[in-house]
Structures are given as structure tokens and as C-alpha cells.
Write a protein that binds this ligand. Structure first.
Ligand SMILES: O=P(O)(O)OC[C@H]1O[C@](O)(COP(=O)(O)O)[C@@H](O)[C@@H]1O
Ligand SMILES: [Mg+2]
Ligand SMILES: [Mg+2]
Length: 333
């Protein structure tokens, strides 16, 4: 029987994430498989959270926990549940020696002292959308530790700077669940196939269009925005661009990655440094966007050049199509 008949009869299911990671690992002669295993562990935790997100309305994991995290934000049950799932999976996986999470004040030493990597994560992004069935996500950033293997991780392992990330990505729990990541060699996207319980390669080389029709920001903060941001947004409207804002960073970012566009979270009266967190929101998304041909800026320079000093520090974020970010920055001049 010839191949095309075979393929018609039994349509190939595609490349699984596992197989893709193995293939990529083989490309890097020095790779030892630990980073590959860590990526697989993140995908496994993502599958579990995908399951829980999908049936959230039927279970007890909706609603608030009635407590606040280190940023003073009300924690949702699913924030805490996702946090536990990722910490447990990464601890059992053995490759991450420590974790920094949005939902925890300080580092979590996993006990995997032989582990060579540390993970900074936003276990559940878009918390305000959890109970209303709007797309939410998980964001992660991976560094090779600088502290001695065999001992506990240190602050320095997490404060190496955005350009020291060895991998970064996100999982989007939307109409379909997708995992998108980079190890510094381009950006690839995988779609989750429920019935087979596998992520399959669906977007081998993601690049962002140079410009696009969309601007995304919370205009409810209009009166708090710096003048240059207001001027830029007025221009977008005069050009009849479309305003799109889901209110989940991962979802807004993911849309703009494919359509072209710009996401803005400027400094506001409430948060002079913006709302979004540098280590587990802005750094990983900036690494991805630069790998996809886009730009990520703070208004005072590239996000990836910012010196991190604190685990939960915030920074402004202007991210997306390079021509739109350049136009925004031209307003600051
Ligand atoms: O309600 P605002 O001010 O528009 O903020 C929305 C932004 O805050 C976030 O929810 C912050 O992330 P968390 O949900 O992980 O805390 C982003 O996902 C989103 O883009
Ligand atoms: Mg977030
Ligand atoms: Mg979060």
C-alpha cells in the first residue's frame, strides 16, 4: 500500500512534545537530558491543571481562598491548586532544585540538591477570569543555577537577569490548551489532544507579524497612564485599530503573537512600576517575543536588560509587534 493511501486511511497524529524535545536535545550534542525532563515535567503539571480548569465549574476549586498572596492580591482557589500541582510535579521530577512562585513569599527549596535548574512561575495567570470561564494560563522561566550543585539554591540563582534564561514559555487554557516555549532557538507551539493525553506540535516556528491591527490594554486606567501612552493609544484609535483586552496576560499575548499587535501594561497611579511581575511574567514573555521577532520594552529600555533585585518586583510592559512597539517608544522621545 503506498504512503498517501496509508496516510489517508490512518492520518498521522503528528509529533508529540516528548518526541520533539528528544529531537531537539539530539541537536545539542552537550545536552544531558535534564532540561528536557524539566520541560516534560512542566507539561505534565500543565495537563493536570488543564483537567482541573476544564471542570472547575463542577468542583470545589472555584471561588476565593479568603487569603492574600505576598503581593496583597486575593488568592483564588485555582491559583493555590495550580501552585500545588506545579510545585509537586517539579519536586517529584527531580530536575528543579528550587522554585519561585507568584503565590509564595520566598523560594521553595525542592530538596533536589543535585538539580541543575531553577524555575520561576506564575502558576495561574488571569486570576480575575478564573470563575467566569475566560482563557487563563501558566507562565514559566528556567535558569541554570549559579549556586553549587549539591547544596540549596540561592537568591542569586533567580536574579541572574532576563538574558540568562535557558528556556521560557506558557500554557494557555483556552478553547484549546496550548503550550508555547523557547530554549533560545525559535518558538514552537503544541496543542493538547484530550483523548490521547498528549501535546502535539501544531506551530513549529512561531513568528510575530511586524505590525498588526490590535492594541491591548485596560483603558479603565486611562487617567493614570503617562501622556506618551495616551498619545499612542489615541493614534491607534485614529488609525481605527481594534481594541482587544481579555484581562489575562497570556491570552492577550497569545492572540497578538499570531495576529500582530501590542499589549501595554504601563505604570499607573496604583502601581508606579506597572502591575506585572518581572521574574515570572515579563522576563519569560520578553524572551519568547524576541525569539519570535518582536520587542518587549519598559519605556526606559528592553525588558530583558532590566536588573532584577527582588523576587516579586514589577515593571511596565510594552510587548508585541516590533513596528508598533517602536512607534510607542517614538512617543517618549
Ligand atoms: O485588571 P487589570 O488591571 O487589567 O490587570 C489584568 C492583568 O493582571 C493579571 O491578571 C496579573 O496576573 P495574575 O492573574 O497572575 O495575578 C494579568 O493576567 C492581566 O493581564
Ligand atoms: Mg499573571
Ligand atoms: Mg497568577
Amino acid at each position: 500500500m503506498n504512503l498517501s493511501t496509508e496516510n489517508t486511511l490512518a492520518q498521522p497524529v503528528g509529533t508529540t512534545l516528548d518526541r520533539y524535545i528528544m529531537r531537539k536535545q539530539a541537536e545539542f550534542g552537550f545536552a544531558t537530558g535534564e532540561l528536557s525532563q524539566l520541560l516534560r515535567d512542566l507539561a505534565l503539571a500543565g495537563k493536570i491543571v488543564h483537567r482541573d480548569v476544564n471542570r472547575a465549574g463542577l468542583s470545589s476549586i472555584i471561588g476565593s481562598m479568603g487569603q492574600h498572596n505576598v503581593q496583597g492580591e486575593q488568592q483564588q482557589r485555582l491559583d493555590v491548586e495550580a501552585n500545588i500541582r506545579f510545585i509537586r510535579t517539579l519536586t517529584n521530577g527531580g530536575e528543579a532544585c528550587a522554585i519561585l512562585s507568584e503565590e509564595e513569599d520566598d523560594l521553595i527549596q525542592t530538596g533536589n540538591v543535585q538539580g541543575k535548574y531553577v524555575v520561576a512561575m506564575d502558576p495561574l495567570d488571569g486570576s480575575s477570569n478564573i470563575d467566569v470561564n475566560v482563557s487563563i494560563g501558566t507562565i514559566f522561566s528556567i535558569y541554570r543555577r549559579v549556586s553549587a550543585v549539591g547544596g540549596p539554591a540561592t537568591r542569586a540563582d533567580f536574579l541572574q537577569g532576563g538574558r540568562a534564561q535557558v528556556a521560557a514559555g506558557y500554557i494557555l487554557y483556552g478553547s484549546s490548551t496550548m503550550l508555547v516555549y523557547t530554549t533560545g532557538h525559535g518558538v514552537a507551539g503544541f496543542t493538547y489532544e484530550n483523548s490521547l493525553g498528549e501535546f502535539f506540535l501544531s506551530h513549529p516556528r512561531i513568528t510575530i507579524p511586524a505590525t498588526g491591527p490590535v492594541f491591548s490594554c485596560n483603558e479603565g486606567h486611562w487617567f493614570d497612564y503617562p501622556q506618551y501612552v495616551r498619545d499612542f493609544l489615541l493614534q491607534c484609535k485614529q488609525q481605527r485599530m481594534s481594541g482587544r483586552y481579555v484581562g489575562s496576560l497570556v491570552a492577550d499575548y497569545h492572540r497578538n503573537l499570531f495576529t500582530g499587535g501590542i499589549y501595554l501594561y504601563p505604570p499607573t497611579a496604583k502601581n508606579a512600576a506597572g502591575k506585572l511581575r518581572l521574574l515570572y511574567e515579563n522576563f519569560p514573555l520578553a524572551f519568547l517575543i524576541e525569539q519570535a521577532g518582536g520587542r518587549a520594552e519598559t519605556g526606559e529600555g528592553p525588558v530583558l536588560d532590566l536588573e532584577p533585585v527582588d523576587f516579586h518586583q514589577r515593571s511596565p510592559l510594552f510587548i508585541g509587534s516590533p513596528e508598533l512597539v517602536a512607534r510607542l517608544l517614538s512617543e517618549t522621545a
